[in-house]
Design a protein around this ligand. Structure first.
Ligand SMILES: *[C@@H]1O[C@H](CO)[C@@H](O)[C@H](O)[C@H]1NC(C)=O
Ligand SMILES: *[C@@H]1O[C@H](CO)[C@@H](O)[C@H](O)[C@H]1NC(C)=O
Ligand SMILES: *[C@@H]1O[C@H](CO)[C@@H](O)[C@H](O)[C@H]1NC(C)=O
Length: 381
């Protein structure tokens, strides 16, 4: 195995959520409301519409909520007023764990048979009551293209400063995907999940138009991550806590750093994730895979290496360190920028210590390796 094929990047997010929860309200959180579509009926009006992706360019998953139970249908096609395709989805009951047992229904459907890199229009509903019409551009298979990704963590309902820029970038077609690496809404479980609902409405102008991939953060710990598990629809069978997908020249491996910090939810998931990570990383590191997708990018909420917050970094290193050593040869490579653009919103920094870690966002705790990400930021403006 040549070291050329052994690059690993670890993307992590710091935890300085307080920075994000100060008092300025930039976004009115009603901005994202689905305006009622045909046959408006409040009880089954779709809302909180958002996309996610399983790694197959002919698919796009759509998730939405309704107050009452009803059928799940997505209609889609190449024109906004002529939907030629339709898929039936599934619905699950989502009961808040608060005393009020507030209930809503989460619908999930997969749009199939999509042509690659094609603009689609869609709406969701029960077959009679519909959301408004949204659009997205389908993704592309293969590794010979440069996906444009926005990767960040720590975005609240209040003071979501990145929303304006993200919304503009999505509207101008500058992004293929958004990846939100933990800490949503502050917190989604507040007010019996109403804060989560408002947050999901707020991000609808982004998430209904590009896949909104997620990882779990510490602010989702409530009731064993139940808000996170119920609201998002990531690939794999672990409710979005650990999964993998490939986009362009990169394989993304998403995992939960939180299992280690909320031990009341059990040790088995720690073990399960550890063996899963080992297996995934080993198979992604095989030569044929590496030739097709040279980038392995792991995503977790907490950083493993940091110049400060020694506690978190230390625990992470002890917990995960053993999974990574055989891939620790390369730090940053400038060709990363050419192969996949990463737009970092806010100041960014990288700490290197054996292998690359890219800490995004204002909450980053280390500022020792600024150059590569600055260049990336320039590319994105
Ligand atoms: C809708 O699209 C289909 C397939 O492209 C086409 O055959 C049909 O004529 C269109 N209908 C209208 C009303 O535009
Ligand atoms: C949706 O349609 C608008 C208007 O045509 C366009 O500007 C925008 O880029 C499209 N968005 C996507 C994600 O295709
Ligand atoms: C928490 O959820 C995971 C599945 O995501 C499950 O394996 C684990 O047993 C749960 N823990 C508790 C204490 O219920």
């Amino acid at each position: 195995m040549s070291s050329f094929h052994c690059w690993l990047l670890l993307l992590g997010i710091g935890l300085h959520h307080l920075l994000f929860t100060s008092a300025v309200i930039v976004n009115n959180h009603k901005v994202g409301w689905s305006r009622p579509g045909d046959n408006y009926n409040e009880a089954i009006q779709p809302e909180q519409v958002h996309l996610s992706w399983d790694g197959d360019a002919s698919h796009m998953t759509v998730t939405w909520n309704t107050p009452d139970r009803c059928d799940s249908v997505v209609q889609y096609g190449l024109q906004p007023d002529n939907f030629t395709e339709k898929q039936q989805g599934g619905v699950s009951k989502f009961m808040d764990t608060g005393d009020g047992h507030r209930t809503q229904y989460v619908h999930r459907a997969v749009m199939l048979n999509l042509q690659q890199r094609t603009a689609y229009y869609y709406r969701v509903g029960n077959g009679e009551v519909w959301s408004k019409v949204f659009n997205f551009t389908s993704l592309k298979d293969g590794s010979d293209w440069s996906p444009k990704l926005a990767i960040f963590g720590d975005m609240g309902l209040v003071n979501a400063r990145s929303m304006k820029r993200l919304t503009k970038d999505v509207r101008l077609g500058r992004l293929d995907m958004i990846i939100h690496v933990g800490d949503f809404a502050y917190d989604m479980n507040e007010d019996e999940g109403r804060v989560g609902d408002a947050f999901m409405r707020m991000i609808e102008p982004l998430a209904a138009h590009v896949p909104y991939q997620t990882a779990v953060g510490n602010h989702e710990y409530w009731a064993n991550f139940t808000q996170y598990k119920n609201r998002f629809s990531m690939p794999g069978s672990e409710n979005g806590l650990m999964y993998r997908f490939a986009v362009g020249p990169a394989n993304f491996v998403v995992f939960s750093t939180e299992f280690y910090f909320w031990l009341q939810f059990g040790f088995l998931q720690i073990r399960r994730q550890y063996s899963w990570l080992r297996k995934e990383l080993a198979s992604l590191n095989e030569l044929q895979t590496r030739e097709k997708a040279p980038w392995i990018i792991t995503l977790g909420h907490r950083p493993m290496y940091s110049t400060t917050t020694a506690m978190t970094a230390q625990s992470m290193k002890v917990s995960f360190g053993p999974v990574f050593p055989s891939y620790t040869r390369i730090l940053w490579r400038s060709c990363f920028m050419a192969q996949a653009w990463i737009c970092a919103y806010g100041p960014t920094s990288t700490v290197t210590n054996g292998y690359g870690q890219f800490t995004t966002g204002k909450s980053s705790t280390a500022r020792t390796w600024p150059t590569p990400t600055r260049t990336l930021m320039r590319l994105c403006t």
